[in-house]
Design a protein around this ligand. Structure first.
Ligand code: 13P
Length: 247
């Protein structure tokens, strides 16, 4: 049985002060949820939020990392640094990073491998644009994104990866995928994982849905057989997240 995982992606919201205030306001009602719950917060808020969450079972995650350990990469943060801070999760290859910061399937693979080498659990994002969906190439694209992301990742490490299926047309638009659309895509991802590894490995990997998840849509989505939780943007910044974490 895969344990569900609900992650809030705060994106570029909540500096240290606001982050701590929000974490404090919501932690008691989320603590003890059946699912793994992760707050993916801005780098500068990681330590204050970790401190605020001490004594709860809520984890933190970063939203990005570099694939080198150190070096002349001004402004970057490495996986090694995150590991040293005790951060357990990191989002890799979010569509906003692919779109605005030129991340590619290849850098996603480099980052995912490095995250695992550092002992971090990567939440690897994949997903199609509206025009790709309309062209009927969603499954082909998800297969390709998954294959490249997982290149040279062992069967053992693969089970520590969380895949987040996030259709780009659903992100921040209020247009959530239907339960059936999300299930079909997540099922296709599990299928390709079974081809890369084997069925047991594919069955152990958690696949989230992300894109306009709300307190109203969460329960139906998370009840689908291949959807193991959600990566939640806007609704993770509100008390709604408590309802979603318990869905
Ligand atoms: P929204 O939930 O705001 O659509 O964002 C989804 C997302 O990008 C999570 O990573």
């Amino acid at each position: 049985m895969r344990k569900k995982i609900i992650a809030g992606n705060w994106k570029m919201n909540n500096g240290p002060k606001e982050a701590v205030a929000f974490a404090n306001s919501i932690k008691d009602s989320i603590n003890g949820a059946d699912a793994d719950v992760v707050f993916c917060v801005p780098f500068v808020s990681l330590i204050p939020v970790m401190e605020a969450l001490q004594g709860t079972d809520i984890a933190v995650g970063a939203q990005n990392m570099h694939f080198e350990d150190s070096g002349a990469y001004t402004g970057e943060i490495s996986g090694k640094m995150l590991a040293e801070m005790g951060v357990p999760y990191v989002i890799i290859g979010h569509s906003e990073r692919r779109q605005y910061f030129n991340e590619t399937n290849e850098t996603v693979n480099l980052k995912a491998k490095k995250a695992l080498a550092c002992g971090l659990k990567p939440i690897v994002c994949i997903g199609e644009t509206l025009s790709e969906r309309e062209q009927g190439i969603t499954v082909d694209l998800l297969r390709l994104q998954t294959r490249i992301a997982m290149l040279d990742i062992s069967k053992e490490d693969a089970q520590k990866v969380v895949v987040a299926y996030e259709p780009i047309w659903a992100i921040g638009t209020g247009k959530v995928a239907t339960n059936e659309q999300a299930e079909e895509a997540c099922k296709a991802v599990r299928q390709v994982l079974s081809e890369i590894y084997d069925q047991a490995t594919a069955d152990a990997i958690r696949i989230q849905y992300g894109g306009s998840v709300s307190k109203d849509s969460a329960k139906g989505l998370f009840a689908m057989p291949n959807i193991d939780g959600g990566l939640v943007g806007g609704a993770s910044l509100k008390s709604d997240f408590e309802v979603i974490a318990r869905a």
